[in-house]
Write a protein that binds this ligand. Sequence first.
Ligand code: FES
Length: 317
Amino acid sequence: MGSAIPVIVGRRTAECADVVVLDLVRADGLPLDSWSPGSHIDLLLDIGAEAPLPRQYSLCGDVGDGTRWRIAVLREQSGRGGSAHIHDHLHEGAATAVRGPRNNFPLEPAPEYLFIAGGIGITPLLPMIAEAERTGTPWRLYYGGRTRTRMAFAEPLATTHPDRVTLIPQDEHGLPDIDAIVRTAAATTAVYCCGPAGLLDAVESTCRTAGRRPPHLERFAPKARKSDETADGEFEVELVRTGVTCTIPPGRSILQVAEEAGADVFGSCLEGICGTCETTVLDGTPDHRDSVLPDGAEGTMMICVSRAASRRLVLDL
Ligand code: FES
């Protein structure tokens, strides 16, 4: 994702209960890199630890605006402290740093889009909706949340696109009926979903049962694994560029061991959800345990969580 870029909070607004919107501008006044709908950045938080704490946020502003990157941050009551730090310390004028952008959730051309959002999962879908509007591609959005007042961007979306947007506040309508929603879409409609794990799993299994193409999903938390997928055996990894072969013991990741061996590796989320540590596999069979790559992915792996299904892996590291 490149090196850290110093930025300043140029503008901060309260979007709805517990959600703030930050417009980040470069501290040196230069333009920011271009990005595409579905991209995220790493916000590098100085929480007093030895190294900055990286947290991933989807870009939700205007792709054509090179002067600022917009993110929306939900204060997570049971989070690990990153979002609370942002809410409490990143006021207008505060300095911080970012890395990126990176896109694991690109908007692919399709005759029509079905967008399904849960809570703060609306953020990556906002620039997708803008892009669909720009290209004149038909779309629909079903957006669920606990209550109307806690659903970021809900009102402007529903007001601007009353025929395309269906809001489903849980306290008024219950949980979204994913089966019925997916049934409304033609077989060629591309389905994009972002939100809590339960919603993503429901959309994924509904599409599978209906014989549809897999949906495009963006996860904020690692996908649940079956217990037989989580056993950690020992295996060998040859790091071609570094010129060493390492043993990866149970309980340690390839990324940790490779870093100690002097390989030029980089991780951010360390949970298999951001895609930062994606590494080319030259030989051997990975045991994919990330939540980014599609099932059966070949050629690359996320070395922060994935392991080996063969005795040895050869990596371009
Ligand atoms: S560090 Fe995020 S996927 Fe590996």
